[in-house]
Design a protein around this ligand. Structure first.
Ligand code: GDP
Ligand code: MN
Length: 419
């Protein structure tokens, strides 16, 4: 039955473990970790885990980025934990901070307001900056841009299984462009208008979404009582009516194959409507999303693990998309995470077959993770989402020859040390 699955789904590149080929050519790739000096201990623990389970054989370089200078103590310590090359990059303040043309007068109200509404991390300006950076300027950093691939790593992550093949080269070989390990459901109030803005971007640029789009959307029929209740706690009914009207127009526009000048004028008017509401912390747009017949299902690739091509994000389309998101202010008016931004972009720009689910990589960060099924002990929690028909449910691999039982070959074990 694994044969059947293999033809249907995105199968792991290899089953079991092998003796890693330490002499094989390497990809143009690096681990990239954004970190603060204060996170040194967690940085080291991530490195040790990665080195133990993969990089002791492959020696891909490490790149550390920081909006502050790394201290000598930081540099000295991380150098102890790899034989591979290390590069340290300081992010220039212009790239890290919000641009000059934001709504400075209301900036702190927006941030504070999110804190009051208990949006997770909403009141942390630095978190907003981090998400914005990872969504955009990260890719322009010379240490990222110069490589074909990056593997994003964070402080305090754990890898559980030996990875004995080169994921970059295998992705290349299989025509893969974006690899993930954990999918989660986004917290709705962090991204109430992200989907609307994404749809607007798609419409304005006449883009045809690729087949991965289906992973991120669900068809939305009608307002349910519980969602209505949600809206009315935020705004009044008159606003809602107006929003629904506008949204139906937008929908009709999006559906039309041939767009006339009149249609384009309608779209322009719709943008003006959004402008009217922009001072209302953009919450009314939350309703616009809900009455769309197509709605973001909140699924996202958890971006603290990513193995991806940089050129996806350096493309004109993505750069334009980021500019659009930046212009509408969602990185501070709301708390758009880089994960849903990357996910919607990938969904819009790539075909399903260009995505790769690294189901064979045991991984954990904070309370979420993923582990191959035949590892010993309890399985990690995981959250369902719209990837169901892409991978069998549950997504834990049930067919991999993994775990401590797999024989060691030439001294190389096949450790899978899930908790
Ligand atoms: P969480 O995993 O979503 O809870 O977010 P984290 O607090 O772990 O932040 C995500 C990543 O961004 C981690 O790699 C952090 O080290 C990094 N990060 C977050 N805020 C800052 C910051 O202000 N400066 C720097 N240099 N890194 C940051
Ligand atoms: Mn983290």
């Amino acid at each position: 039955s694994t044969k059947n699955l293999a033809s249907k789904i995105d199968f792991p590149f290899e089953e079991g473990c092998r003796v890693p080929d330490t002499k094989a050519p390497r990809a143009s790739a690096a681990f990239v970790m954004l970190a603060r000096n204060s996170e040194l201990a967690d940085v080291v623990s991530s490195m040790r885990s990665m080195e133990r389970h993969f990089n002791q054989w492959f020696e891909y370089p490490w790149v550390f980025l920081n909006d502050d200078e790394f201290t000598d103590a930081f540099k000295r310590e991380v150098r102890k934990h790899t034989k591979a090359g290390i590069e340290f990059g300081t992010i220039d303040q212009k790239a890290w901070n919000f641009p000059e043309n934001i709504d400075k007068e209301h900036f702190s109200e927006y941030i504070q307001g999110q804190g009051d509404r208990k949006v997770m991390y909403g009141n942390l300006e630095s978190y907003h900056k981090m998400c914005r950076f990872y969504s955009g300027n990260f890719y322009d950093h010379p240490l990222v841009q110069k490589r074909d691939w990056y593997w994003r790593v964070e402080p305090d992550v754990q890898f559980f299984c030996d990875l004995t093949y080169d994921p970059f080269l295998e992705m290349e070989r299989h025509g893969k462009k974006y690899g993930f390990n954990v999918l989660l459901e986004e917290l709705y109030y962090t991204v109430p208008s992200l989907f609307l803005e994404t749809k607007a971007f798609i419409a304005e640029n006449n883009l045809k979404v690729k087949s991965a789009w289906d992973i991120m959307v669900k068809k939305y029929q009608t307002l349910t009582d519980s969602t209505k209740f949600d809206y009315f706690t935020w705004t009044n009914y008159e606003d809602l009516r107006e929003q629904v009207e506008q949204n139906l127009k937008l929908n009709r526009f999006l559906k039309k194959k041939k767009k006339t000048d009149d249609d384009l004028k309608t779209l322009k008017d719709l943008k003006n409507v959004r402008d009217v509401f922009k001072d209302a912390t953009s919450l009314p747009t939350l309703m616009l999303d809900k009455v769309h017949d197509e709605e973001y299902n909140l699924c996202h690739f958890w971006s603290n693990f990513e193995i991806a091509r940089t050129d996806i994000f350096l493309s004109d389309t993505y750069q334009k998309y980021f500019k659009h998101l930046e212009t509408v202010g969602g990185f501070y008016k709301e708390r758009w995470g880089d994960a849903p931004v990357h996910s919607l972009a990938v969904a819009m720009m790539l075909d399903r077959k260009e995505l790769h689910y690294f189901r064979d990589i045991g991984y954990q960060h904070s309370e979420f993770g993923h582990c191959p099924n035949n590892a010993p002990g309890k399985q990690l929690p995981y959250v369902s989402n719209g990837f169901d028909d892409y991978a069998p449910k549950p997504w834990y691999s049930t067919f991999l020859n993994r775990g401590p039982g797999a024989p060691a070959k030439n001294g190389v074990g096949c450790r899978c040390e899930c908790p």
